[in-house]
Design a binder for this molecule. Structure first.
Ligand SMILES: NC(=O)c1ccc[n+]([C@@H]2O[C@H](COP(=O)([O-])OP(=O)(O)OC[C@H]3O[C@@H](n4cnc5c(N)ncnc54)[C@H](O)[C@@H]3O)[C@@H](O)[C@H]2O)c1
Length: 313
């Protein structure tokens, strides 16, 4: 099996590529090291992969890459590359989001026309739902993203559907709910909280901390991708959540216990585009893909803390 993983130097892409190699895939990974966060962290993410004989790395931007070469003999595509993050998607930065999230996806889908791709799996996001009217969020819930980032993730998801409908490219979109674990992006909450604990700085929370999230450990997201790859179902979307709803203020307690340290908590203004609550209804992924999240929050946080301490101490 030959798989292409886009965004392979990122948080999720690097874990996914490692798992595919364990499953005996030959993996081609592409990444252009965008400057959304430090290139040194992304280089560290692919360090282990680069030693693997069945892994090849291509440093190119999907917007300009020679895609027919990248897609040669490719069976599966795992499209993780994107400009992530809700908060910086306003204003002039939006152009980066439309280019990297919408145009790059459209270019990749175009290049798949006429090829024998077995499955094209797109990394979508819970941010396509926006502020929930009703929880848990089901795949049929109203889609009203409240951030420009969410708008681009939804646009790309719709493109995947359009190319399935018109060109029979077998796409499947997975809506990830707040992913955490080793290598988590530095702009994400657990990473910021743990860095503050490590450095003896105050922990900054956006809002009153009463917001709730469905946190999903990265290996569960990777499992969801493999299950979607194996499934005969195409053209659809699936929620991938971690299975429990946690109040941010409460999870802070757990983070401090795991780190064995306390910190002063500072509450900052709510950030535009952040939603108040998320909770995935994963019954569709459970019944149709046999998806079962395995890692509970305190186990997952311990793994993330170990990684963070080793990386930044
Ligand atoms: N982390 C989460 O909680 C979360 C939640 C929902 C959805 N997602 C989605 O999952 C995917 C992976 O997220 P992540 O947290 O690993 O982000 P990340 O920023 O760590 O990884 C994305 C990678 O894609 C690369 N990239 C971006 N545009 C590219 C292009 N045009 N060509 C080549 N490489 C490009 C970046 O350099 C980066 O290494 C993204 O599509 C994101 O929208 C993530």
């Amino acid at each position: 099996m030959r798989s292409l993983v886009t965004g392979v130097a990122g948080f999720i892409g690097s874990h996914l590529a490692e798992r595919l190699l364990q499953e005996n895939h030959h993996v081609v990974g592409v990444d252009c090291f965008t400057d959304y966060y430090a290139k040194s962290l992304k280089k560290a993410n692919v360090k282990r992969l680069l030693k693997e004989p069945d892994f090849s790395f291509v440093e190119e931007n999907l917007l300009t890459a020679r895609l027919p070469e990248l897609l040669k003999d490719c069976d599966y595509i795992f499209h993780q590359a994107a400009q992530a993050g809700v908060r910086s998607s306003w204003g002039a930065e939006f152009e980066i989001y439309t280019s990297l999230n919408v145009l790059a996806t459209q270019r990749l889908l175009e290049a798949c026309k006429g090829l024998n791709i077995r499955k094209f799996i797109y990394a979508s996001s819970s941010s396509v739902y926006g502020d929930a009217q009703e929880l848990p969020l089901r795949e049929e819930s109203i889609l009203k993203p409240v951030s420009p980032y969410g708008v681009t993730k939804l646009a790309a998801e719709q493109l995947c559907y359009s190319y399935w409908k018109n060109y029979q490219i077998p796409t499947s979109s997975l809506r990830y709910f707040t992913v955490y674990g080793p290598r988590q992006r530095p702009d994400m909450a657990f990473h910021r909280f743990m860095r503050a604990l490590l450095d003896g700085e105050p922990i900054e929370i956006y809002g009153d901390g009463k917001q709730t999230r469905d946190f999903t450990f990265v290996s569960d997201i990777v499992n969801g991708n493999l299950l979607a790859m194996q499934s005969a179902l195409v053209g659809g979307v699936f929620n991938l959540g971690g299975g429990s709803r946690v109040v941010l203020n409460d999870v802070l307690e757990t983070v401090q216990q795991v780190a064995g340290k306390g910190a002063k908590i500072v509450y900052r203004d709510v950030q535009r585009g952040d939603v108040m609550h998320t909770l995935a209804d994963t019954s569709k992924a459970m019944s149709e893909l046999a998806y079962r999240p395995q890692v509970d929050l305190s186990t997952g946080l311990k793994e993330q803390w170990e990684w963070l301490r080793e990386t930044f101490s």
